[in-house]
Design a binder for this molecule. Structure first.
Ligand code: NAD
Length: 369
């Protein structure tokens, strides 16, 4: 049986809207009126594994941002996203029509989630369309491209940020606090890395699209953690060696495994490894008075963190990415730089280039400039 509509419902809704209109009229024109800020509109560029598996659920949780568009090579895929997120089909763009974003005031932020070597083109297109940009890590595949991206964002007066989700994760906040407050003394000895065994052929094993091998994709997490443990400092020197490949036919033009050491100005040192042939996921930093260890260290959730004082046991939010995206929206609103800005992305690319250079020169110590 159909539930009867309560007789009073219509008048209740009418009353509410009449009151709302009255309030709105009463406030119109007053300088101190402060309407709730609308969520900023975001368009995702690239609807692959990370966008679908992680960013889509995050964008259902964001407080400051709503997904209002996509840039994709597949219009039918775009239609599915439009339906799931309730945005109009006019907000579905192709990679070739990104310039038209300039005419769409519903989109404030563009989030680039394509293969690494495509980030520069997509970021520059978004900046030219006047949109603030988040780009996935690594920011690009070389420092020159990072410079071009930074210049385009500066010229178009838009903010640029890199998708460094772990910078917003409570356990990594604690690492940064320990580095700052020196509870364990300066963190002088670090180690760890990230690896997985790649079995399926994909762009990540192609230099043209990935820019390199596991260092670009996975090693960058350990590199980021090391800079956090060093109080936000970049290393002053690098030594690195590539290991012989166990599957040279699979990893034709990228490394399979690479080990490197980072030296910091205060004498701190970190030994790290990354590979597409292994199962490493760990980060450790030690000072004279204690240590902190993450294992697993770099996942989307479920990090296990222990210190010399015992398990950390912090409560973490449901989505690292939601916090990361909301933080960028706040930066855009406040007109300030993101704590994970393009400048940080470029810093990391300088370090990555030094690691590759050292490995290419047989482990020569490279001073990072
Ligand atoms: P993916 O291969 O699953 O998706 C890539 C998307 O780019 C696809 O939709 C594909 O159609 C599109 N694309 C556009 N032009 C392309 C081209 N010429 N060749 C291939 N694909 C093309 O990759 P992914 O795992 O989603 O990774 C995308 C980016 O996100 C990478 O830069 C990666 O490093 C980054 N990522 C970040 C995290 C993180 O935790 N921050 C995790 C995974 C991936």
């Amino acid at each position: 049986m159909k539930t009867p509509r309560p007789a009073s419902r219509r008048s209740f809704l009418e009353t509410i809207s009449l009151s709302a209109a009255a309030v709105s009229l009463a406030w119109r024109g007053r300088a101190q009126a402060a309407p709730a800020p609308r969520k900023l509109g975001l368009a995702l560029v690239g609807l692959g594994g990370y966008a679908t598996g992680q960013l889509a659920p995050a964008l259902k949780l964001t407080q400051e941002v709503a997904l209002r568009g996509v840039v994709t090579g597949s219009f039918p895929k775009g239609q599915q996203w439009a339906q799931a997120f309730g945005f109009p089909e006019k907000n579905i763009y192709s990679y070739d029509t990104m310039a038209r974003l300039a005419d769409n005031p519903e989109i404030d932020i563009v989030y680039v989630v394509t293969p690494n070597a495509l980030h520069p083109g997509h970021v520059i297109a978004a900046a030219k369309a006047g949109k603030h940009v988040i780009t996935e890590k690594p920011m690009a595949t070389n420092v020159a491209d990072c410079d071009a991206m930074l210049a385009a964002c500066r010229a178009n007066k838009v903010k640029l940020s890199v998708g460094y989700r772990l910078q917003f994760e409570p356990n990594f906040h604690e690492l940064k606090r320990l580095a700052r407050d020196r509870d364990f003394g300066p963190l002088m000895k670090m180690s760890g890395g990230l690896s997985f065994t790649m079995t399926k052929p994909q762009w990540r094993a192609e230099r043209k699209l990935a820019g390199g091998g596991p260092l670009m994709d996975l090693g960058i997490y350990a590199l980021q953690a090391a800079c956090m443990a060093a109080g936000g400092e970049a290393p002053i020197a690098i030594t690195a060696l590539e290991r012989p490949k166990s599957r040279p036919e699979f990893f034709k033009d990228v490394e399979e495994t690479i080990d490197w050491t980072m030296e910091f100005a205060n004498g701190a040192k970190g030994d790290f490894s990354t590979s597409y042939n292994g199962g490493l996921d760990r980060f450790r930093a030690e000072g004279e008075k204690g240590w902190i260890e993450f294992a697993p260290a770099f996942q989307y959730g479920g990090l296990k963190v222990t210190t010399s004082r015992g398990p950390l046991g912090l409560v973490v939010p449901p989505s690292q990415q939601a916090g990361q995206i909301d933080d960028f929206a706040q930066c855009v609103r406040a007109g300030r730089e993101s704590p994970v800005s393009g400048v940080m992305g470029r810093r990391d690319m300088v370090i990555i280039e030094a690691i590759y250079r050292s490995a290419a020169e047989g482990g020569k110590r490279i001073v990072v400039t």
